[in-house]
Design a protein around this ligand. Structure first.
Ligand code: G6P
Length: 589
């Protein structure tokens, strides 16, 4: 998953491209590059590391006059993150940037080598570039079309060609849009890259080739011109501002009460808007990362509260697993970006088997939002920190609502009566977030540790999984979440004197059991932190959150763990918004 931006117009695009890359940096940031072009020349500059490194390098070079450019920020798949492997790649007359994975790159490379091509990099992208160049005689769109018949995998390409005044783009299984305003045209992985210049765009569909000239765009498929709808986003440039916060992660956590209110509003007294899951015999929840952990909370609620059979799987397994669809099944896909490659593949698998799909998604223009049978949108707005926070909370909120509705439909709840509780929730959440000083003080006690464990049972275990993931993502401390009763079957051997163990205790039914497990680890020397809905004295630190309706309880606990992870990462001087090796939108397998 990488970020692409391209420009054609009257300006020298250097600054526009750099700014766009910074907005796309959440997609990957191990190397970056830019190609600037005029009628005769192409200048390529690349650098390893963040966009700021590229910016510095560009400022020390003499830049050519240009009115076209393509740029790329990389999350390495084929070949390590070095300058040679960074995009743009150039072979013969063709220069391109690529997001995705060419699955048959090795075979294509062998074929091209036999025919005399030499390669500089280890990337699949250079192979695609060479293949297009190989077919390029006098019409580039014909060459692109021919090359695409041989390329297997996913791609979004931005292409410029020697002695050709246009910019070209094409995509399959990787998002690419054309941005439009009165003066210039853009290509971008998403609208956030170009939001300072336009909110109008066209979604490019599979294998449509976009030819952008200085004055207009032409979209063709199989040689025929296609008319496309121009879409408009409500996103504005301010939504991407840090608003005085030191990090996006903190800003986004603090936005949780507001976005929660916005997401819940339509359903407050209108349960009709929610799909009725009780009509299905089996629910499959499929997602990746935090979205999957949100799904685990949904699974627990659907099973425990609505008596619905629910199966959860990470999308990278689900897509390849033998799934027996022998009952009336609904597949719920959860994805903030709506572009996660494995989740898209899982959705396709369900559709191929004629199974209904429901997407819980933030980005309304995304592939999952457009292709699922039904959608429930969360109103998180742009989420920029790589580690998700507010989107996760909203995913949990929507799943809680769906479970509540299913329980109501099955007459396990007599009245659909949560308006008062849902109205109170944002304020209660705010009161949790206001206690930042408490989390800071606790962070000071644990930030130097090498291992931190989380324990909980049932829904509390699902909360622990997200707490542990957040901590390792942003602070790089090794952390594991365990079902509280399972710890003693091995992992308890890792508990030493003052090893921090964070226990979550909100589920009344298993509270006493978890407390026994707390005692077990405490007696082996653990530094015991308990997050509970009732005061618990027999530990080193206790954070008490208000007891609310079981369906929504996780929404008051996870933010404590998010802020704790944030404060720990800050004390360790980590790159909180862009943790190493991660990317926000994982658009490759
Ligand atoms: C990446 C991100 C996670 C996110 C996951 C799924 O791993 O770093 O924060 O939960 O992808 O992303 P999605 O956009 O599908 O929710």
């Amino acid at each position: 998953m990488c970020g692409i931006i391209g420009y054609i117009g009257k300006e020298n695009p250097k600054n526009i491209l750099i700014e766009g890359l910074k907005n796309l940096e959440y997609r990957g940031y191990d190397s970056a590059g830019i190609a600037l072009k005029n009628e005769n020349d192409i200048q390529i500059i690349k650098s390893v590391g963040k966009i700021s490194n590229l910016e510095e390098k560009i400022s020390s070079e003499k830049i050519i006059e240009a009115n076209i450019g393509i740029a790329h920020t990389r999350w390495a798949t084929h070949g390590e993150a070095n300058e040679i492997n960074a995009h743009p790649h150039q072979v013969g007359r063709v220069t391109l940037v690529h997001n995705g994975i060419i699955e048959n790159a090795d075979d294509l490379r062998k074929k091209l080598v036999k025919e005399g091509t030499t390669f500089k990099s280890q990337t699949d992208t250079e192979v695609a570039c060479a293949l297009i160049n190989h077919y390029y005689k006098d019409d580039i769109t014909t060459a692109i079309t021919q090359a695409l018949t041989e390329i297997k995998g996913s791609y979004a390409f931005g292409i410029v060609v020697e002695n050709n005044p246009n910019l070209y783009a094409v995509r399959k299984d990787s998002q690419l849009i054309i941005g439009i305003n009165d003066k210039e045209l853009f290509i971008a992985s998403d609208i956030s890259a170009i939001i300072n210049y336009t909110n109008k765009y066209i979604l490019l569909e599979e294998n449509e080739i976009a030819t952008l000239t200085k004055e207009k765009y032409i979209i063709t498929k199989d040689g025929k011109e296609i008319k496309k709808e121009i879409e408009e986003t409500k996103m504005n440039a301010e939504a991407k501002d840090k608003c005085g916060y030191e990090h996006y992660m903190l800003k986004e956590i603090m936005e949780e009460p507001r976005v929660l209110e916005e997401t819940l509003k339509p359903y407050l007294n209108n349960s009709e808007l929610l799909p009725d899951l009780s009509t299905y015999e089996e629910i499959h929840i499929v997602a990746c990362g935090s979205a999957m952990y949100a799904g685990m909370i949904g699974k627990t609620l659907l099973e425990e509260k609505a008596n619905l059979k629910c199966y959860i799987e990470c999308a990278s397994e689900y897509r390849y697993k033998k799934i027996i669809y022998d009952r009336k099944t609904l597949v719920i896909l959860i994805s903030q970006s709506g572009e996660t490659a494995d989740t898209i593949a899982a959705m396709k698998k369900a559709k191929e088997n004629n199974i209904d799909t429901l997407a819980i998604v933030n980005v309304k223009t995304s592939t999952i939002a457009r292709e699922a049978d039904k959608q429930l949108f969360i109103e998180a707005g742009p989420e920029i920190a790589v580690a998700t926070t507010k989107a996760y909370i909203l995913q949990v909120a929507v799943l809680a609502l769906l479970s509540y509705k299913a329980a109501f439909s099955k007459k396990l709840i007599q009245e659909f009566d949560i308006e008062k509780e849902l109205k109170a929730l944002p304020k209660q959440l705010n009161s949790i977030l206001e206690q930042q000083e408490t989390y800071k003080a606790l962070a000071k006690k644990i930030y130097n540790e090498n291992n931190i464990f989380f324990i909980g049972r049932k829904i509390d275990y699902s909360i622990c999984l997200e707490g542990s993931l957040k901590l390792k993502e942003v602070s790089y401390i090794h952390s594991e979440a365990y079902q509280a009763g399972e710890l003693k079957h091995g992992t308890i051997s890792l508990i030493n004197d003052m090893t921090p163990v964070i226990a979550v205790v909100t589920d009344e039914e298993v509270k006493e059991k978890t407390i026994s497990n707390i005692e077990e680890v405490k007696s082996r020397g653990a530094f015991m932190i308990v997050i509970s809905t009732e005061e618990y004295k027999n530990c080193h630190e206790n954070i008490v959150v208000p007891k609310i309706n079981d369906f929504f309880q996780p929404i008051l606990v996870v933010p404590v763990l998010q802020l704790l992870a944030y404060e720990v990462a800050k004390l360790r001087d980590c790159d909180i918004d862009k943790p190493k090796n991660l990317a926000k939108s994982v658009t490759v397998e």
